[in-house]
Design a protein around this ligand. Structure first.
Ligand SMILES: Cc1ncc(COP(=O)(O)O)c(C=O)c1O
Length: 396
């Protein structure tokens, strides 16, 4: 195949040295050793509080500003529009709760959002009486303009609309720019959870036309606990943490400089990867894995999510193999680490709510396996995974 460019130039994280083939990059990514190296001095040497006026505050303050600029650059924002948070879930909470309490009367989300959005919507309804509309998706997992239009027509007062850039389970890429334009024409505020999209595909807040956008470090080779929210200038939000006025007063607490530096470095590396076309290498590997499964198991491999180029994340392959259960297949293949439903739900046996919302029956949903590739995936790993999965299905 033309895309057999399997060599990865960047250093491999020690955590991948042994253990099963890692095909769960959408759950979390290993930390890039270059990210660790950049962040470490802010735990060891430069420990100062960035707000301190004395000498110890200087370097942390400079590093925090540089990290903010790097995150801003990845998404086409200005540095002052980036608010660091402690997780993607927290960024989503700041966006939704913050916007609804500051400005919105009606919250519109869609059915395959991450629980960090759906549960926040439920909590706002329960605690604040917020009116919530959940938009349906089609069998590719995509929201239609008509559904959004109808929801905005039916709602009273200013709406806050939250649509993810790309789905964590299927990789489906929503038509965010079109939906945001429609929402804005009706006076709504628009949030986009770009946790899975940032670093995998170009994300630009100007091109998308969104007011708020979530960036998550541990989906792009920074550690867990490092995330940010883009807040367009002039958008008023109720803070998520009250206190000393850090992060424009939206999220108080002495800044975690090391994690900010990690996120900033990861954002810079992601931008470099995108510019260098790294996604093409990953797409080729992913499609090779898909082709091998489909050829070895004729008529049994069904893709969950859009097949169309540009409508699905380059690294994500979610398939249901007819006549199997995803959890049993994966249990039979300890040589690979992959997921069934959302990783955030692992342990819960019910079929994936994402696939259920896409209209798939329980059989198809429970047969699903999500194979997500990343920076260190190789052709040899794809070969191993394809062989092991096919053997498990045919032998089981
Ligand atoms: C689409 C999406 N949004 C939000 C999150 C939550 O991010 P965090 O784990 O940093 O809270 C995730 C993580 O799984 C995700 O995939």
């Amino acid at each position: 195949m033309s895309g057999r460019t399997t060599e990865v130039a960047c250093p491999r994280p020690p955590g991948l040295a042994t253990g099963p083939v890692y095909l769960d990059y959408n759950a979390t990514t290993p930390v890039d050793p270059r990210v660790t190296e950049a962040a470490l001095p802010y735990w060891t040497e430069f420990f100062g509080n960035p707000s301190s006026e004395h000498a110890y505050g200087g370097e942390p303050r400079r590093a925090l500003a540089a990290a903010r600029a790097q995150v801003a650059e990845l998404v086409g924002a200005r540095p002052g529009e980036i608010v660091f948070t402690g997780s993607g879930s927290e960024a989503n909470l700041l966006a939704l709760r913050g916007a609804v309490l500051a400005a919105g009367a009606h919250l519109v989300v869609q059915a395959t959002e991450h629980p960090a959005v759906l549960e926040t919507a439920r909590a706002l309804a329960r605690l604040h009486g917020t009116r919530v509309t959940v938009l349906p998706v089609d069998h590719h997992g995509l929201v239609s303009l008509d559904a959004l239009e109808a929801a905005l027509r039916a709602g009273a007062g200013r709406a806050v609309v939250s649509i993810m850039a790309a789905n964590n389970e299927t990789g489906a890429i929503q038509p965010v720019a079109e939906l945001a334009a429609l929402a804005h024409s009706r006076g709504a505020l628009v949030h986009c959870d770009a946790a899975q999209a940032c670093g995998k595909i170009p994300v630009d807040v100007g091109a998308l036309g969104v007011d708020l956008l979530t960036v998550v470090g541990h989906k792009m080779y920074a550690p867990r606990g490092a995330a940010a929210l883009f807040v367009r200038d002039g958008v008023a939000l109720e803070p998520v943490v009250y206190g000393g006025g850090q992060e424009r007063g939206l999220r108080a607490g002495t800044e975690n400089v090391a994690l900010a530096v990690a996120l900033g470095t990861a954002a810079r590396l992601a931008a470099d990867d995108l510019a260098a076309g790294a996604a093409r290498r990953i797409t080729a590997l992913r499609d090779d894995l898909h082709r091998r499964l489909a050829e070895a198991l004729p008529g049994r491999v069904r893709l969950n999510g859009p097949a169309e180029e540009g409508r699905r994340l380059p690294n994500t392959l979610n398939v249901s193999i007819a006549g199997t259960r995803g959890d049993r297949v994966l249990a039979a293949v300890p040589s690979i680490a992959a997921a069934t439903g959302s990783a955030c739900h692992s342990g819960i046996e019910s079929p994936s709510p994402v696939l259920t919302a896409m209209g798939f029956d329980a059989g198809r949903a429970s047969a699903a396996i999500r194979l997500s590739l990343g920076r260190w995936s190789t052709q040899a790993e794809v070969d191993t995974a394809a062989r092991a999965l096919v053997a498990a299905v045919l032998g089981g």
